[in-house]
Design a binder for this molecule. Structure first.
Ligand SMILES: Nc1ncnc2c1ncn2[C@@H]1O[C@H](COP(=O)(O)OP(=O)(O)O)[C@@H](O)[C@H]1O
Ligand SMILES: [Mg+2]
Length: 265
C-alpha cells in the first residue's frame, strides 16, 4: 500500500520526496549552524497548521519567542496558532520563569513526558512534531546520542507522530554530535553551506528517505525574507563543461567535487 505523505511545506522539497514525508517517519535534519534546519522545521509545522492540524515544537537552542518571531518573518502565524490552542511550543530555555510548557531540565525523559502531555492536550489532530535540536541533549554526554535517539523514536512512534528532529554538526569536528539520530532515522536531509565567489551559498541533499524514489542531487536553496526556504537549482553538471577539451573539463570537475565534498559538513 502506498504510504500517505505529509507536505514539508516547501514545494520544491516535496517534489524531491515524491510528494512529501511518509506519515509516521522520523526524519533527521542535519548540518552546520545557519544552514536552514530550523527554518525547514517552521515550514513543516506551518504546512500542518494550514491544513487544520495542530502541532508540537520542542525548542532547545532558541527561546519560544525567537521561534515565533522567526516564523512571523515568513508570514507564518505561530502566535495565533498558540493562542487558538493548536500549537504548543515546549521551551527548554526558560527555566527561571514558571510556564506550563517549559522543561525543568534538558533531559530526554522530561522532553518525552512533556511531548506526551502536549499530545494528550491537542488530541488526534497533532500529527507533526519537531524536536529542534536533539544535539542539545548530549552536550555533556555524546555517547548517549544513539541510545536516546532509539528511545525517542520507539516511544513517540506509538503516539502517531511524524517527526522532524534536527542535529547540529559541530564546526570543529564535523560530526561530533551528529551520529545519533541518523542511525535510527527513516530519512536524512543534509543541510550544507559553502562560500562561492565570496557569497554564502546553502544546499540540501536528501541522503535517505525510506519507501521513496527520492532525488539524489544536491540542491541550492535560498532563504528569503517573507518567503522562507526555497529550492533554486540542482548542482548538476553544466552544459559548458561538455564543450571544453576533455582533460580540462575533467580537471574542473575534479576540483569542484573536491571543493564540495572535502569538508563533510
Ligand atoms: N527574514 C529573513 N530573511 C532572510 N534570511 C533569513 C531571515 N531570517 C533568517 N534568515 C537566514 O536564516 C539563517 C538561520 O537559519 P536557521 O534555520 O535558523 O539555521 P539552523 O540550521 O542553524 O537552524 C540566518 O543565519 C539567515 O541567514
Ligand atoms: Mg536551528
Amino acid at each position: 500500500m502506498e504510504a500517505r505523505r505529509l507536505s514539508t511545506g516547501v514545494a520544491g522539497l516535496d517534489k524531491l520526496l515524491a510528494g512529501g514525508v511518509p506519515e509516521g517517519f522520523f526524519v533527521a535534519l542535519v548540518g552546520m549552524p545557519g544552514t536552514g534546519k530550523t527554518i525547514a522545521c517552521l515550514h513543516f509545522v506551518w504546512a500542518g497548521l494550514k491544513a487544520g492540524e495542530s502541532a508540537i515544537y520542542v525548542t532547545t537552542e532558541e527561546s519560544r519567542e525567537s521561534i515565533v518571531r522567526q516564523a512571523a518573518q515568513f508570514g507564518m502565524d505561530f502566535e495565533g496558532a498558540q493562542k487558538s490552542g493548536r500549537l504548543i511550543i515546549i521551551d527548554a530555555l526558560m527555566r527561571e520563569k514558571e510556564d506550563e510548557w517549559m522543561m525543568r531540565e534538558l533531559a530526554v525523559e522530561e522532553m518525552l513526558s512533556r511531548v506526551i502531555e502536549a499530545k494528550k492536550r491537542l488530541g488526534r489532530s497533532a500529527r507533526r512534531l519537531v524536536i529542534d535540536s536533539m544535539s542539545a541533549f548530549w552536550l555533556r554526554a555524546p555517547v548517549k546520542a544513539r541510545e536516546d535517539s532509539y528511545t525517542v523514536k520507539r516511544i513517540l512512534n506509538k503516539w502517531g507522530f511524524t517527526i522532524y528532529a534536527t542535529s547540529q554538526y559541530a564546526i570543529t569536528t564535523g560530526s561530533a554530535f551528529g551520529w545519533g539520530i541518523e542511525h535510527v532515522a527513516d530519512g536524512i536531509i543534509h543541510f550544507k553551506r559553502r562560500v562561492v565567489d565570496g557569497v554564502l551559498t546553502r544546499y540540501i541533499i536528501v541522503e535517505k528517505m525510506r519507501q521513496t524514489p527520492h532525488d539524489l542531487r544536491a540542491w541550492e536553496i535560498q532563504i528569503r525574507d517573507k518567503e522562507g526556504l526555497t529550492l533554486v537549482r540542482p548542482l548538476a553538471r553544466r552544459l559548458e563543461d561538455e564543450s571544453l577539451p576533455e582533460k580540462v573539463a575533467r580537471r574542473i570537475k575534479e576540483r569542484a567535487e573536491e571543493d564540495e565534498f572535502a569538508r563533510e559538513d
